[in-house]
Design a protein around this ligand. Structure first.
Ligand code: KIV
Length: 278
């Protein structure tokens, strides 16, 4: 590639073709500046419905709306050049019928420029996934812990321990058979994650799953230490930006109160600067 040639963003088929290859790298993003920071480092960026908890202070993802996903999708799209964007379908936007799912997925794709949508659910959503894929909408699936179902799952528990493993395996196989191009495995035990990765022909993207998955994803605010309300076991904090930000804000407040800020370099003189003769 020449020095000026731009890398094109991968398409869902490119992501699917990475099965068994070098690990796929992904993070969530919700804003343009954050998308710009991760663009060169990620294969795809997910505009996750985690935006509700991380940026909007909601107690769960259940209150996230289509309008929120579209607005954050548009913001993230402005920051991406070489990574593909996937946008989450929020709770209530796809479960009622295949037609409802198509209408909302088409809106997300059309209004944000996303390369694909993601939706939660396995066997129960397989028919919907096949309907969307047959009509031109690439789908990333999400099985294991599906946060939109916390009320029926009974909380944010690990999914697929012991006999329940067959259910999670069946979910992963169902979405692969339905035509999903990749599947997120969330909070699934390591051994089961590895068996699912070996058992499906699409990439598995782990979050709280296994290093043996075909790729990994984390919520960006978790891994940067910006979201500190709680930390799941599967989160590794690669930085502590929240603590650094609070320290800077406290210093700003102290400087303002002590009239140390603004300093002479931050204010404007009353006389216009003298122009130098040419
Ligand atoms: O909404 C989200 O951020 C997600 C990831 C946790 C996979 O679905």
């Amino acid at each position: 590639m020449s020095a000026t040639a731009k890398k094109r963003a991968p398409m869902p088929a490119d992501i699917r073709a990475r099965k068994g290859g070098a690990p796929l790298v992904s993070l969530t993003a919700y804003t343009t500046p954050m998308a710009e920071l991760m663009d060169a480092h990620c294969d795809f960026v997910l505009v996750g419905d985690s935006v509700g908890m991380v940026l909007h202070g909601l107690p769960s993802t259940l209150g996230v709306t289509m309008d929120m996903m579209v607005m954050h999708g548009q913001a993230v799209a402005r920051g991406l050049r070489s990574a593909m964007m996937v946008v989450d379908m929020p709770f209530g936007s796809y479960e009622q019928s295949r037609e409802q799912a198509f209408g909302n997925a088409a809106r997300i794709m059309g209004e944000t420029g996303a390369g694909a949508v993601k939706l939660e659910g396995g066997v129960a959503m397989a028919d919907t996934i096949a309907f969307l894929v047959a009509r031109g909408i690439p789908v990333m699936a999400h099985v294991g812990l599906t946060p939109q179902s916390i009320n029926t799952l009974g909380g944010y528990k690990v999914q697929g321990r012991d006999a329940d493993g067959d259910r999670v395996m069946a979910d992963a196989k169902a979405v692969a058979d339905a035509g999903a191009f990749a599947v997120v495995l969330e909070k699934v035990p390591e051994g089961l994650s590895d068996r699912i990765t070996a058992g499906v022909d699409i990439p598995t993207i782990g979050i709280g799953a296994s290093a043996g998955c075909d790729g990994q994803i984390l919520v960006v605010d978790d891994m940067l230490g910006l979201f500190t309300a709680f930390k799941a076991k599967f989160v590794k904090r690669f930085a502590e930006l929240g603590a650094g930000a609070e320290e800077a804000i406290a210093q700003y407040a102290a400087d303002v109160r002590a009239r140390k800020f603004p300093g002479p370099e931050h204010v404007f003189g009353d006389a216009a600067p003298v122009k130098k003769a040419k």
